[in-house]
Design a protein around this ligand. Structure first.
Ligand code: SF4
Length: 247
């Protein structure tokens, strides 16, 4: 970029704009009013926001991903994804192709992921069978495949930055892509059912951590993020069995 010549009159400015308006009115970031509705928790009262979110259309490119999310007791569920009881998700990504990742619950339970390792030897996925080890907080968790299928791609960026699985579990933190049969998703939970299940999982986590480990979690979405590093191996393994279905 340094070597590119450009007119001295050209100014480069970072701007913000509302992606819902057909005509983009650019507002330089340094001139944005911090008290505006767009920059506060009051954005949900905006008429434009209300109209857009009432449509619930994922096809609308202006539709912000965050609107497609639901916070269930501190754990994020993303709409239009399918969920496996081992806390992995599956998202359609073309005909008979899917992407696979971990859900909002696992992204917190397996906090501060340092390294991910695909279980080598085969590119075949079997539903309910281990396909990946994850290292976090000095502990290891194993992920179970949510579907039967064949691995067609893995997310290479995880080799450089495995922490993106925690930061963006439903987006750039995907784990692998697979070819699957058309009925491979029929055993998975849709987002509505996953929301109900996640409430039960949150309660179950609180109960196990309180009764078996002796820690009181005031908020499952906050305290859980330090669990891996503060509990010992004997306390960690039952959690992996209970929630990631580890053997
Ligand atoms: S608050 Fe309203 S105007 Fe502002 S960015 Fe959101 S939808 Fe657009």
């Amino acid at each position: 970029m340094e070597n590119i010549k450009r007119c001295p009159f050209l100014k480069i400015q970072v701007c913000g704009y509302c992606s819902l308006f057909p005509l983009k009115k650019m507002i330089p970031v340094d001139q944005m009013k911090t008290k505006s509705m767009c920059l506060s928790g009051e954005y949900q009262q905006c008429t434009q926001y209300g109209e857009a979110t009432s449509k619930e259309t994922a096809e609308n490119p202006a539709y912000p991903a965050v609107v497609m999310e639901k916070d269930v007791k501190g754990f994020i569920i993303r709409k239009n994804y399918f969920y496996h009881y081992g806390h992995t998700w599956v998202k359609q990504d073309g005909e008979n192709k899917v992407k696979i990742g971990i859900d909002g619950f696992a992204s917190k339970l397996l906090s501060s992921i340092k390294h991910v390792e695909f279980i080598s030897g085969t590119n075949i996925l079997n539903s309910g069978k281990a396909f990946m080890h994850v290292q976090c907080g000095g502990k290891t968790g194993t992920l179970m495949s949510p579907v039967d299928g064949t691995i067609v791609a893995i997310n290479r960026s995880l080799g450089k930055d495995a922490g993106i699985v925690n930061r963006e579990p439903y987006d750039n933190g995907w784990l692998l892509a697979a070819a699957v049969s058309s009925n491979s998703m029929k055993w998975l939970l849709n987002d509505a059912l996953a929301g109900q299940w996640m409430e039960i999982e949150a309660e179950r986590l609180h109960s196990i951590v309180r009764q078996d480990i002796g820690i009181t979690m005031t908020d499952g979405g906050i305290m859980i993020e330090s669990l891996a590093s503060v509990i010992n191996e004997e306390e960690w393994k039952p959690l992996m069995r209970a929630f990631l279905l580890n053997e």
